[in-house]
Design a protein around this ligand. Structure first.
Ligand code: 5RP
Length: 293
């Protein structure tokens, strides 16, 4: 029963003290609603940066090196990531739910790598299921310039509209098909286009003059790792991307196919959150690798 009588009377009204002004730390999201900001704040640390660990490759590639057993590989790495990027199938079957990491839920189905043109994807996950999965953001593959461009922008529009309704941000993923350009001009066009269509975060590839892309994109940009390259080069790429305005990385194979994935993720963490130079992070990687062995 509510206590109607005998309560201590309210007295501290802070008369004359203006309410604190909060500047939201995620680029371009100052006027987003409270729920959306709360989800974004789970993805992006107070420094505005994030480390997303991508292990959604199976949605197009099937079983891939380093990702054969998600149930064994991912849980020990989760502590070093801010956000997990995965399909609902992988999350439900391989990832314990009692963690406090943000979730970038892969929401489109784009066919398999067996197809020459994967640009005709569908919006596979209903907004209700994204809510059930407690998604911090919904990842949508977009094929700018491909034959399926309009369909993929239609998928993006579905998630942006539903996301705005329920306060869930959208991660627009710039796809690069077999025949598609990988130039600064292309990435500048695609990142800006997705942001203008309402995506709240953009994932793209690192390229020359990257600072032009991040400057012209009104929302945070994170880079994909792409195919496996030597660990020191992947750290250098992450460093250059963040120095040139990226809000972080959304890396998969360059972590999961590294000689020591946990050491690699910790080294990436040093670059993204602590501003470590790539050489310093690589030295740390070598030392951490020995500890794990
Ligand atoms: C494709 C994707 C991925 O499936 C994945 O997240 C890529 O990660 P990486 O290239 O670092 O292995 O987003 O566009």
């Amino acid at each position: 029963m509510a206590d109607k009588d005998g309560n201590i009377l309210a007295k501290d009204y802070g008369i004359g003290i203006a309410p604190p002004v909060h500047n939201f730390h995620v680029k371009g999201m100052n006027s987003a609603g409270w729920g959306m900001q709360s989800r974004l704040a789970k993805i992006f640390a107070d420094d505005g940066h994030t480390i997303m660990l991508a292990f959604d490759h199976g949605y197009i590639m099937g079983s891939t090196a380093g990702l054969e057993r998600l149930d064994l590989v991912i849980p020990p790495l989760m502590q070093y990531a801010d956000c997990l990027m995965a399909t609902r199938g992988a999350l439900r079957t391989c990832i314990p739910s009692n963690h406090n990491k943000a979730i970038a839920l892969r929401c489109t189905a784009d066919g398999s790598v067996l197809k020459d043109d994967m640009s005709f994807g569908t919006a596979a996950v209903d907004i209700e299921d994204a809510i059930r999965m407690n998604a911090s953001c919904m990842a949508v593959q977009c094929f700018v310039g491909a034959d399926g461009e309009l369909g993929s922008l239609d998928n993006l529009a579905y998630y942006v509209n539903a996301g705005e309704k329920y306060g869930i941000p959208v991660l627009g993923v710039v796809a690069v098909g077999k025949e598609m350009e990988r130039t600064t001009r292309y990435f500048a066009l695609a990142t800006r286009l997705l942001a203008e269509q309402g995506a709240h975060i953009i994932k793209t590839y690192y390229c020359e003059n990257f600072e032009q892309i991040t400057a012209a994109c009104p929302v945070p940009v994170v880079i994909a790792g792409g195919k496996k390259i030597p660990e020191n080069e992947a750290l250098a790429m992450a460093y250059r991307a963040v120095s040139e305005g990226a809000a972080g990385v959304d890396m998969g194979r360059n972590v999961l196919q590294a000689e020591c994935p946990s050491a690699m993720l910790q080294a990436i963490r040093m670059v993204v959150h602590e501003g470590a130079k790539p050489e310093e992070a690589y030295r740390a990687y070598e030392l951490l690798k020995k500890d794990v062995k």
